[in-house]
Design a protein around this ligand. Structure first.
Ligand code: HEM
Length: 323
């Protein structure tokens, strides 16, 4: 066989196995999460959480940025506060895990927009392969514990994967699910009725202000204190967050959720208020998955962000395994 044909054949085989590897990636990621946290027939990540209900009230100016229906009228919200990782009994005061806030803005036409946010402005990986490597380095070895040398070697070779952990250790444990900022971390494109696109990142800021615990206070908290804390708050008033759009500049990366935008020096636009009014039964949240790919017309996913692309199929694998 001529050399050129061999080269073409090799290129075909390599491309075919890359496609194969990508097809398997959602399953591989769920297996890797299960290997780190154990299999518990619950969400493979953000296993512990509280399902809530409320509404979203857009600002009058939100429609200048997006024509998406939930930004044109008050809509019902299904939400879930959670703690990162796949352990259903993780203590609420754990410092090393981000808090999660998933939001479903339901629109009158029966479709919805899911914004799935965490309490750090960055994710810990920029690609699915890197996430897989991060998790594999943390899987327990024969003695049942993760190998610290493997973790160090992986971190040295992948410095961007240390940003989230550094952020969490530099910030106090949130005193409440209602006392911390949340970011959906990816870059989205908003399009208004005049087809004008704007690249943004979203941020949710608690109207009650940020509230943190000292390490000593955190140690003294019962394992499940967030639920009673939230119940007490909701008995008095709704728990509210303002949703803002951080407006990106040309230089801001849109393909890497492990990279932060310099948000202090970016313009912002107020989009509305998320008002959580009650705790819902777990079934309302457990029967579904908050899928970041559920977006109303007028909000588009980042086109070249490989982490965003793998989330929807990975969440579907997790949903099918826990049902
Ligand atoms: C490759 C990347 C990722 C993978 C494989 C992954 C995996 C998962 C899985 C399996 C679930 C549970 C899904 C279910 O059973 O309903 C989940 C939930 C969640 N993830 Fe991710 N995730 C990824 C990226 C992210 C990112 C970038 C964020 C940051 C915003 C994030 C935030 C959350 C939150 C807040 C939940 C909880 C949703 C709920 O309360 O139901 N994840 N993730």
């Amino acid at each position: 066989m001529k050399l050129a044909i061999w080269v073409q054949l090799l290129a075909f085989v390599t491309a075919a196995s890359a496609v194969q590897a990508n097809e398997d990636m959602p399953e591989q990621l769920i297996d890797a999460l299960n290997a780190v946290f154990g299999k518990h027939d619950v969400r493979a990540s953000h296993a512990k959480g509280i399902c809530v209900k409320g509404e979203f009230r857009p600002t009058a100016t939100a429609k200048d940025l997006t024509k998406a229906t939930p930004f044109a009228m008050t809509v019902p919200v299904l939400g879930r506060f959670s703690i990162g990782g796949g352990k259903p009994n993780i203590p609420d005061a754990t410092k090393s895990a981000p808090r999660g806030f998933a939001l479903r803005l339901e629109d009158a036409g029966g479709s919805h927009t899911d914004l799935v946010a965490i309490s750090t402005p960055m994710f810990f990986a920029s690609t699915p392969d890197q996430m897989l490597g991060f998790l594999k380095a943390r899987a327990p070895s024969a003695d049942g514990k993760p190998d610290q040398e493997k973790i160090k070697t992986f971190a040295a070779a992948n410095p961007n994967t240390t940003r989230q952990g550094a952020w969490l250790s530099a910030h106090p444990v949130p005193a409440s699910y209602a006392g911390v900022n949340y970011w959906p971390v990816h870059a989205y494109t908003l399009t208004n009725a005049d087809a004008k696109p704007t690249t943004v990142k979203f941020k949710l800021t608690p109207l009650a202000g940020e509230a943190g615990l000292t390490d000593e206070e955190a140690k003294a908290k019962p394992a499940d204190f967030y639920r009673t804390e939230l119940e007490d708050r909701l008995n008095k008033a709704p728990v509210e967050f303002s949703l803002t759009a951080i407006i990106g500049k040309e230089s801001d990366p849109t393909d890497d959720p492990s990279a932060m935008w310099p948000e202090e020096s970016r313009r912002t636009a107020a989009l509305g208020t998320v008002s959580i009014t009650s705790i819902a039964g777990d079934t309302a949240c457990d029967a579904t998955t908050f899928d970041p790919a559920n977006l109303a017309e007028g909000i588009s996913a980042p086109a070249h962000d490989p982490i965003f692309a793998v989330r929807s199929p990975a969440y579907a694998v997790s949903l099918s395994r826990r049902q």
